[in-house]
Design a protein around this ligand. Structure first.
Ligand SMILES: Nc1ncnc2c1ncn2[C@@H]1O[C@H](COP(=O)(O)OP(=O)(O)O)[C@@H](O)[C@H]1O
Ligand SMILES: [Mg+2]
Length: 233
């Protein structure tokens, strides 16, 4: 398994709730290879977001082991987890999470500032990402001046500008119409093909599912199916 970039072994997640604990993920065993284009599907409440958050070290498991890029995430302190995220993992959220007072350019540049990349190199990378996502004309606009589809394209550009190894996308098409959803999926598929970026989606959108190469179905916090549904790029 030399290309395994994420390995999850017998992992469970409990949340404290009034009167005890609620088990959101139960004994998950999964391995992800580099350059996968994979969806975690299942009904609302099945544990998709919880699983993505643990893979992205935004949350930690209760039991079992999770390795991301060779590191056991439970052994990372907050600073090390933040460094793993900022260097290697891009996040795309359903609600975009753009900075409202910043321009499109500045929103996309932000992850590179965190990485202390110097100005000329930032400019090259931001312009490349703007170009990829068809946003060059919108560089000086602010999020409030954009459509939902454009905001999601900015969020994708921000997630990929640092050329991460893994992109985690939580319901990325939930607020988009069909045309915008297909455009965004085609763009992500192209990034996956050309740059070998690994994409893991949480979704219950059929439009996303038809693009997937692998589909993992969660039901009540358990993996109920794990199937290859398309060609590997
Ligand atoms: N912080 C929390 N405290 C208690 N329960 C939670 C918390 N986060 C999620 N849950 C519960 O865990 C289950 C899985 O949630 P989630 O991962 O958000 O599912 P999905 O993304 O598939 O809709 C749900 O029943 C949800 O209510
Ligand atoms: Mg969710």
């Amino acid at each position: 398994m030399k290309n395994a970039i994420i390995k999850i072994e017998h992992m469970s997640k409990h949340f404290p709730v009034a009167g005890g604990k609620f088990t959101a993920l139960k004994a998950i065993d999964l391995t992800f290879q580099k350059a996968e284009f994979t969806g975690i599907v299942g009904p609302s409440g099945s544990g998709k977001t919880t699983l993505l958050n643990i893979i992205g070290s935004l949350d930690s498991q209760s039991e079992g082991d999770v390795w991301v890029l060779g590191k056991s995430v439970k052994d990372l302190n907050n600073w090390q987890a933040a460094r793993l995220r900022s260097r290697h993992i891009g996040f795309i959220f359903q609600t975009y999470n753009l900075l409202p007072y910043y321009t499109v350019y500045e929103n996309i540049e932000y992850p590179l500032l965190l990485l202390k990349i110097e100005k000329a190199e930032r400019k090259l990378a931001v312009n490349e990402a703007l170009n990829w996502l068809g946003l060059t004309d919108k560089a000086e606009s602010r999020p409030s001046q954009l459509s939902g589809g454009e905001c999601q394209r900015v969020a994708i550009a921000r997630a990929i500008v640092k050329k991460p190894i893994i992109v985690l996308a939580d319901e990325p098409t939930a607020n988009l119409d069909a045309d915008n959803s297909h455009h965004i999926l085609q763009t992500m598929k192209e990034l996956n093909n050309k740059m070998g970026v690994t994409f893991i989606f949480a979704t219950h959108d059929q439009k996303v599912i038809q693009y997937l190469q692998r589909k993992i179905t969660l039901l009540d916090g358990e993996v109920s199916r794990d199937e290859i549904t398309g060609e590997r790029s």
